[in-house]
Design a protein around this ligand. Structure first.
Ligand SMILES: C[S@@+](CC[C@H](N)C(=O)[O-])C[C@H]1O[C@@H](n2cnc3c(N)ncnc32)[C@H](O)[C@@H]1O
Length: 257
């Protein structure tokens, strides 16, 4: 199989470097925009987080991690219910080596992006998909420091990433990104550990939420359409309680520039 390019965007978190790359990166990949206008979470923090996740996906096989699902049934059924066209731009943020992309391709969705801080995770998914991987955009980037184009996404999907954002600043950056990147009228599907779920994931502390709690983080520009619970069976035979909250982005105002 020919190597499918991963677009490494996390290297460009330094603003000066970003400025010099911004023109060329838009040419390489039209969904990228100009650089973030201010330094956010520090580069050191991003790198240690990246090291953690690269280690996980380098040292464990994809079905040895607690969040593994052979099919992302709940996510797929929620996305199907949104009734978007098959050409809708769907992004799986923190998608890792998830099989959601396989399930979406099998259901004829044809405008897909998978973004993760770990290149090793995305390479695992690419290898599994073989030639089909060429039909997907693969982006190595930190979800709190995105450079995706304004209003470029119809459906934003996140399973088990938002819950790692333990500071208000990180959550605020995430929501600002969603507000900027998701089209008005687009959809946001976020799944986290539930209030009675585990306190840690991959050895890192997490926040636990109710569906209302997730919606509160996103605020009034998002209308909650529904929520679901999942008792996820890990490959080790234990159970993890998840909550899925799905919302429509209703307001075009309150957008960061
Ligand atoms: C618990 S795993 C879930 C993976 C996938 N969503 C699934 O359901 O199988 C969390 C994923 O988020 C990624 N991740 C963690 N922090 C991230 C960040 N700040 N930006 C982008 N990806 C991140 C990790 O590399 C990992 O793939």
């Amino acid at each position: 199989m020919t190597e499918i390019p991963l677009l490494f965007v996390e290297k460009l978190t330094n603003n000066a470097l970003l400025a010099s790359f911004s023109a060329s990166i838009s040419e390489i990949h039209p969904i990228f925009l100009s650089p973030p206008t201010r330094e956010k979470v520090s580069i050191g923090e991003v790198m240690s987080l990246k090291t953690h996740w690269e280690d996980v996906y380098t040292n464990k096989s994809a079905d040895e991690v607690s969040w593994f699902q052979p099919h992302a049934e709940k996510s797929l059924s929620i996305i199907e219910r949104l009734n978007v066209p098959k050409s809708a731009h769907i992004i799986d943020v923190g998608g890792g080596a998830s099989h959601l992309v396989d399930d979406l391709l099998d259901n004829n969705y044809n405008n897909l992006s998978v973004l993760d801080i770990s290149a090793a995770a995305l390479k695992t998914a690419q290898r599994r998909l073989g030639d089909k991987a060429t039909n997907v955009r693969w982006l190595v980037e930190d979800v709190t420091q995105l450079s995706l184009q304004k209003h470029s996404i119809d459906v934003w999907h996140d399973r088990a990433v938002f819950h790692f954002l333990n500071t208000e600043l990180e959550r605020q950056q995430y929501v600002e990104n969603v507000l900027k990147i998701v089209k008005p009228g687009g959809y946001v599907v976020v799944s986290t550990f539930a209030e009675d779920g585990p306190k840690e994931c991959s050895g890192l502390p997490v926040q636990r939420y109710s569906a209302e709690g997730i919606h509160d983080e996103f605020g009034s520009p998002f209308e909650m359409l529904g929520h679901e619970s999942e008792a996820h069976k890990t490959p080790f035979g234990t159970e993890q309680k998840f909550v899925y909250c799905y919302c429509r982005r209703v307001a075009a105002n309150q957008e960061p520039e």
